[in-house]
Design a protein around this ligand. Structure first.
Ligand code: ADP
Ligand code: CDP
Length: 237
């Protein structure tokens, strides 16, 4: 596989074309951003950690029958994925209250959400990723009703798999964001799953082990990501 020109440079990853029009290379950079890109910093090792973390999680999801874009690791910081026509809607499931939900509704951080909640956000940094709903997505053409239904079903299936996986490692999957895209008429999980896009707490102490450490200036960000990986048996070497 030959790496060609950059297609897109996002806040944390760069996307490259390859000699195969159906495949892309994702390069996980050390760049870390929060608050819709308003706060940025490079954190050493993050690209490598998230690339390997994502490969491990995507493998677990594939094993569980969830279609993903992931094909293989290419280097410490790169992987090969299927090129998707991305759907500009972010799907968020929450098992415990945190972050935006606490800010918006004033509920206590850490309360159990039963059943887990499901929210949609428009992927648009300039507008601050506003919350949307299925009606708005359909009317404005961001996603069709069939795509929305499939995205919701897959997002909850991911919860069934990952809640248990993290719990076995002594961690609570508080919430997470997924992005999907289309290939060959099928809705497929794209982008990444890493501690950058989810919240993970130590099940006993409730210590934060995810990007909230960066957002809140707590320090020890990558050390926490590596500890999450270690508990799942990921070899960062
Ligand atoms: P952002 O765009 O939010 O700054 P990143 O820095 O992670 O995020 O950039 C990666 C970009 O690549 C995102 O816009 C994401 O939607 C897109 N992407 C992820 N997976 C695929 C894929 N398989 N095919 C096409 N685009 C993808
Ligand atoms: O992160 P913030 O508090 O602003 O938003 P949230 O709605 O509470 O985020 C819910 C979950 O989705 C968290 O795990 C975020 O890390 C993740 N998320 C993300 O990865 N990217 C976004 N653009 C928005 C949320």
């Amino acid at each position: 596989m030959e790496k060609r020109d950059a297609l897109y440079a996002g806040k944390a990853k760069s996307v490259y074309r390859t000699d195969d029009p159906g495949r892309l290379i994702l390069h996980f950079r050390d760049d870390t951003s929060a608050f819709d890109g308003k706060r940025k910093e490079a954190l050493a090792r993050k690209g490598m950690v998230n690339n390997k973390f994502n490969a491990f999680i995507m493998g677990k999801l594939e094993e569980a029958g969830i279609p993903t874009h992931f094909e293989k690791l290419l280097s410490d910081t790169e992987c090969v994925v299927k090129k998707l026509d991305m759907i500009p809607v972010e799907c968020v499931v929450r098992n415990l209250a945190a972050g935006g939900l606490v800010r918006r509704l004033g509920v206590e951080e850490g309360i159990v959400l039963d059943p887990p909640t499901y929210e949609l956000f428009l992927k648009n940094d300039d507008k601050g990723d506003p919350m949307i709903n299925e009606s708005l997505a359909e009317t404005f053409g961001w996603a069709t009703p069939a795509q929305l239904e499939r995205m919701k079903a897959l997002t909850f299936r991911v919860n069934d798999v990952l809640k248990n996986l993290f719990l076995e490692g002594g961690m609570l999957l508080v919430d997470y964001k997924l992005e999907f895209g289309m290939v060959d008429g099928e809705v497929v999980l794209g982008d990444e799953f890493s501690p950058d896009g989810c919240r993970l707490w130590d099940a006993r102490t409730r210590e934060k082990m995810d990007k909230d450490r960066f957002r809140q200036g707590l320090g020890g960000v990558i050390e926490a990501y590596e500890e999450v990986g270690r508990r799942l048996g990921i070899d960062f070497a």
